[in-house]
Design a protein around this ligand. Structure first.
Ligand code: UN1
Length: 476
């Protein structure tokens, strides 16, 4: 059984939870210790006790640890990628890509540890100077989702440690393997006892313990809107800092003047790669009428030829859905879309392979409208809908007609429309002739409206969340 990490000690519990491969449910990766309330509280205590000293640690120590971790992650990317593909179900090249992203994030923040700067200003009062510095927030609770088992923990843990915070990390229950490997690497890289604590376990126990505890100074969460709202609500009485990333219903606009090959590729990758299980997935494809039929025909053909299967097989393009509950949700939404008038142009069927996994053929639903549930609620699977619109103005209006605002894409060869879209779409990230999903690791990530709350993640902007500004006045 793989243990928890609390106060620098590996701790087993009486209950071990199986980590099941969604490509082959007979393949149990390992057993992972499940934390109860006592372990969650012990982890918060350890993080609290370690916070003062770690907060005063120097940039060299933080740099060295983050660098060593990043280098080990990159050196082991093939092995860690296989573990990730096995527990989450994305295909091996995507999984190795994700591990590479995680390694690079650690290298980026290793450098940032050395570059943390402040400002010195003359005061408006003679003989006084003003220093503006950034300090750690303290104990940070990190609650991660299952769809990026190593990259999302990396882009939360790396800046948290870089800026001198201590961490209580709760990975998603479905994917403890990559999280455990990451924490093991950081532990061996020299993270002092209590600075990073790993508590696997259910949200209602471990997550709730963090929410209820006044000693947790900040929480960074990625997951559903409903849970995000609970994190915010529970944090309000403590006036705790929160950062919430909560999914999307991302539009991909395809205009009449688009390069058809580019548009089909963007839709295919954005909507269906990683089994569509990305908060940045292009789930609403908005197409102007002159290109509509040709585009949809080409896309439907491409969707039907996608090879769905075991994530570790060489010829697989789309791995399984993560578990039975998610599969049911995907199928329910396909049903709802059809009942509300959508036309299933491709896929949308549970399929069998020679292993027992949660395989669903990618579903393309056409003739949908903005008020249909398929265009308002996040599905989080290989399911995309198409809306037909008259022109660019109608496309922009539909693109913004959503409670979400994470990523938005446009395929066009027109500078005028791409510039207008960059300015007017209500999203945190805009992609021109690129898939809405698949982001760089060194620039800010986040959205607006119902997708995100609080400061941006990643890149230099991560300092906003993981530090607090101090203004010091000195009379000479
Ligand atoms: C990406 O599209 O490269 O949960 C990253 C998610 C996002 C990460 C997407 N927070 O899907």
């Amino acid at each position: 059984m793989k243990p928890l990490l609390i106060g620098g000690e590996w701790v087993t519990t009486s209950r071990g939870v199986e980590n099941v491969n969604p490509s082959d449910t007979s393949d149990i990766i390992d057993l992972y210790a499940e934390a109860g309330l006592a372990e969650a509280e012990a982890a918060i205590t350890a993080a609290t006790d370690a916070a003062f000293e770690w907060g005063l640690s120097g940039p060299q120590q933080r740099h060295d640890i983050l660098l060593a971790a990043g280098n080990e992650i990159l050196a082991r990317k093939a092995e860690l990628g296989e573990l990730l593909a096995r527990e989450e179900g994305k295909v091996l090249p995507e999984a190795i890509g994700e591990v590479t992203r995680a390694g690079n994030i650690f290298l980026f923040f290793a450098g940032e540890a050395l570059r943390l700067a402040g400002d010195i200003l003359p005061s408006v009062r003679p003989g006084v100077s003003v220093e503006i510095t950034r300090e750690p927030v303290g104990v940070v609770g990190i609650i991660a989702p299952w769809n990026f088992p190593i990259a999302i923990p990396a882009w939360k843990i790396a800046p948290a440690l870089c800026y001198g915070n201590t961490v209580v990390f709760k990975p998603a229950e479905l994917v403890p393997g990559s999280a455990w490997a990451l924490v093991d690497i950081l532990h061996r890289a020299g993270v002092p006892p209590g600075v990073l604590n790993l508590v696997m376990g259910p949200g209602r126990v471990v997550g709730q313990a963090m929410l209820n505890d006044a000693r947790v100074d900040a929480i960074s969460f990625t997951g559903s809107q409903a849970t995000g709202a609970r994190v915010a609500e529970a944090s309000l009485p403590f006036l705790r800092k929160v950062q919430l990333e909560m999914g999307g219903k991302n539009p991909l606009v395809v205009l009449d003047d688009a390069d058809l090959d580019v548009a089909v590729h963007c839709a295919l990758d954005g909507a269906f790669y990683s089994t569509g299980q990305r908060c940045t997935a292009s789930s609403r494809i908005i197409v102007t009428e002159r290109i509509h039929d040709q585009f949809v025909g080409r896309l439907a053909d491409a969707v039907s030829t996608l090879r769905v299967g075991h994530a570790l097989r060489n010829d697989t393009q789309i791995g399984p859905v993560v578990d039975a509950t998610q599969l049911q949700q995907d199928m329910d939404y396909i049903d709802i879309a059809r009942r509300q008038g959508g036309v299933l142009r491709a896929g949308g069927e549970r399929i069998t392979r020679d292993t027992d996994g949660y395989f669903l053929s990618p579903a393309l639903i056409t003739e949908t409208g903005s008020d249909m549930r398929i265009n308002r609620e996040e599905v989080f699977g290989p399911v995309a809908s198409v809306m037909r619109v008259r022109d660019y103005d109608a496309a922009l209006q539909q693109a913004n007609d959503t409670p979400f605002g994470l990523s938005a894409g446009i395929c066009t060869t027109s500078l005028k429309y791409s510039n207008d879209f960059k300015r007017k779409c209500e999203a945190g990230m805009v992609m021109v002739n690129l898939p809405t999903a698949g982001v760089d690791y060194h620039v800010p990530f986040g959205g607006r409206k119902g997708s995100s709350y609080g400061a941006r993640e990643q890149g230099r902007y991560a300092a906003e969340f993981y530090t607090i500004v101090k203004t010091s006045y000195t009379a000479a």
